[in-house]
Design a protein around this ligand. Structure first.
Ligand SMILES: Nc1ncnc2c1ncn2[C@@H]1O[C@H](COP(=O)(O)OP(=O)(O)OP(=O)(O)O)[C@@H](O)[C@H]1O
Ligand SMILES: [Mg+2]
Length: 427
C-alpha cells in the first residue's frame, strides 16, 4: 500500500477535532499526524511535520486561519490547505482562493461519512511542486553577540548577512542593540532608503503593535539594495534582497508586553524570510529581548576580544549554555583582533578551561578595510571581496550552511540559561 495521507487538524473547537478523528479512524489510508488550536501552532506543526494536507479553522485565537494559510502557502507549497468554517462569507472565500487554498468545507454541512473522501480529494488536488524546489520552511535564525562589546560584532553580522543575500537568500538583519544600534549607520540604509518618511518605526512602537500585519511590517523595514555594477559577479540579477529592521529611534527599556510582541514579530518574520540575523547589544544577555533571539537561534556566533575579561565572559556564556539543552555545536567563537595581547594564546586558554563550544576562528586584523566599510556604507563582502576580512566572512557563512542544521529552537532557553548562569556566577 502507498504511504498514508498525513494530515494536520487545527481548530479551537473540540467538537470539530473529535468529529474528524472519529470519522477518520477506519480510513487506513489517512493518518492524523498533528492537532493544533490556533494559527501560530498551525505554522509550527507544518514546519515540523510537513503534512500532505492541513485543515484550518478560520476564527481562531492568536492567529486566524486565513493568515496562517497565507504564510503556510508561501513557505510550504507541498502542503494542501483546506479551510473549515461555519461562516459563509464571500470575502473569506475570495481571500482563500487568492491564497491558493484547495478546498473550503462548511462545518454546518459536514457529515462524518464525507470526511475521508474530502481528505482524498484535497490530497489529489495538491499543487505539483518539482523535487528540485525544496519547501522554503521557516527562516533560519543566526545571532551575533559580543559579550563585552567593541569586538567587531556588528561588522560580522552585517557581512555575514550580505554574503547570505549574495547567495540569493531573502535575509533580514535585525538590530537588537536597542539603545546604541549601529547597523543602520554602517549600512547607511536611512540615506539610501526609499519611501523613508512614512516608515513605521517598528521596534519603538512594538508595545502597541498587537495586530501584526505582514504588509505593515514589510513597509517598516529598510532596504539595503545595491544593484548592477555595485555587485560582485554571480550576485542575483535582481540585486540584493537584504532588509534591515533598525534599532528603535529613542531610548528603549523593553517591557514584558514589548518582549511578548517581539516573540510574535519573530514568528511572523520567520514566515517572510529565509534568514533572520540578529545583532545583539554587548553584555545584555540577561535581557529578555536578547535571550529571545537565542531562543530562536539555530546558530550563535560569539565575537570576543582576546583579553582575559572578554574571554571569561565567553567561557561563562558557553558553559551556562551547555547546562541548558542548547548544545555547544550551535555556538561558534570568533576571536577578534581588535584587542589582543602579544604572547597570549586565547585558544589555549579555552582549551585549558575546557570551555564547551563549537568552532573557534580568528578574525583577521584589518582596520583600514573595516573602517572604510563602516564609513562608506559598503560592507567589505561587497566592496573588498578579495580582502582577508571578506574571505573570513564568506568562509564563515559557507561553513555554517554546510554543517548539519542543529536543533532550531530552544523555547524557554532564557529561563534555563538564566538559572544556569546564576549558578555559575555563584560558584
Ligand atoms: N577585523 C577588524 N580589524 C580591525 N578593526 C575592525 C575589525 N572589525 C571591526 N573593526 C572596527 O572596530 C570598530 C568596532 O566594530 P563594531 O561596531 O562592528 O563592533 P561591535 O562589537 O559591534 O561594537 P559595539 O560594542 O559598539 O556593539 C569599528 O570601527 C570597526 O570598523
Ligand atoms: Mg555592535
Amino acid at each position: 500500500m502507498s504511504n498514508p495521507i498525513r494530515i494536520v487538524l487545527v481548530d479551537d473547537e473540540d467538537t470539530i477535532l473529535d468529529l474528524f478523528r472519529r470519522s477518520l479512524e477506519k480510513a487506513s489510508d489517512i493518518q492524523v499526524v498533528g492537532v493544533g488550536r490556533n494559527g501560530r501552532e498551525a505554522i509550527q506543526l507544518v514546519n515540523s511535520l510537513r503534512p500532505d494536507v492541513i485543515f484550518l479553522d478560520i476564527n481562531m485565537p492568536v492567529l486566524n486561519g486565513l493568515e496562517a494559510a497565507a504564510r503556510i502557502a508561501s513557505r510550504f507549497p507541498r502542503t494542501a490547505i483546506a479551510i473549515l468554517t461555519a461562516e459563509q462569507s464571500r470575502e473569506f472565500m475570495q481571500q482563500a482562493i487568492r491564497i491558493g487554498v484547495r478546498d473550503y468545507l462548511d462545518k454546518l454541512m459536514l457529515r462524518p461519512g464525507d470526511i475521508p473522501d474530502a481528505v482524498r480529494r484535497i490530497h489529489q488536488s495538491r499543487p505539483f511542486v518539482s523535487d528540485e524546489t525544496p519547501d522554503r520552511g521557516l527562516a533560519s535564525v543566526w545571532t551575533f553577540y559580543g559579550p563585552k562589546g567593541n569586538a567587531g560584532t556588528t561588522t560580522q553580522a552585517i557581512n555575514a548577512s550580505v554574503e547570505l543575500s549574495l547567495m540569493g537568500y531573502d535575509v533580514l538583519l535585525v538590530d537588537l542593540d536597542l539603545t546604541q544600534g549601529d547597523v543602520q549607520f554602517y549600512l547607511q540604509t536611512d540615506r539610501q532608503g526609499e519611501e523613508a518618511d512614512d516608515h513605521l518605526d517598528i521596534l519603538s512602537n512594538l508595545e502597541a503593535l498587537s495586530d501584526l500585519e505582514e504588509e505593515r511590517i514589510r513597509n517598516g523595514l529598510q532596504s539595503f539594495h545595491p544593484q548592477g555594477d555595485d555587485l560582485p559577479e554571480g550576485a542575483p540579477d535582481e540585486g540584493l534582497k537584504l532588509r534591515v529592521l533598525p534599532c528603535p529611534t529613542g531610548f528603549h527599556e523593553p517591557s514584558e508586553a514589548w518582549v511578548e510582541n517581539l516573540g510574535s514579530l519573530i514568528e511572523l518574520l520567520s514566515t517572510m524570510f529565509d534568514f533572520i540575523v540578529f545583532d545583539l547589544a554587548p553584555g545584555r544577555i540577561f535581557e529578555r529581548s536578547s535571550a529571545l533571539s537565542l531562543d530562536y537561534s539555530e546558530r550563535i556566533f560569539l565575537v570576543s576580544n582576546q583579553d582575559i575579561a572578554s574571554l571569561k565572559a565567553v567561557h561563562l556564556f558557553t558553559r551556562s549554555l551547555s547546562r541548558t539543552s542548547c548544545t555547544g555545536d550551535k555556538v561558534s567563537v570568533l576571536l577578534s583582533p581588535i584587542l589582543k595581547h602579544p604572547g597570549f594564546d586565547a585558544r589555549k586558554w579555552f582549551a585549558d578551561l575546557k570551555t564547551p563550544m563549537g568552532s573557534v576562528t580568528e578574525i583577521p586584523f584589518d582596520p583600514a578595510t573595516a573602517h572604510k566599510a563602516a564609513s562608506s556604507g559598503w560592507p567589505y563582502t561587497l566592496s573588498d571581496r578579495q580582502s582577508e576580512l571578506a574571505v573570513h566572512s564568506i568562509n564563515l557563512v559557507h561553513k555554517a550552511l554546510n554543517q548539519e542544521p542543529v536543533t532550531a529552537r530552544s523555547p524557554g532557553l532564557w529561563s534555563r540559561f538564566h538559572d544556569a548562569l546564576k549558578g555559575a556566577i555563584g560558584r
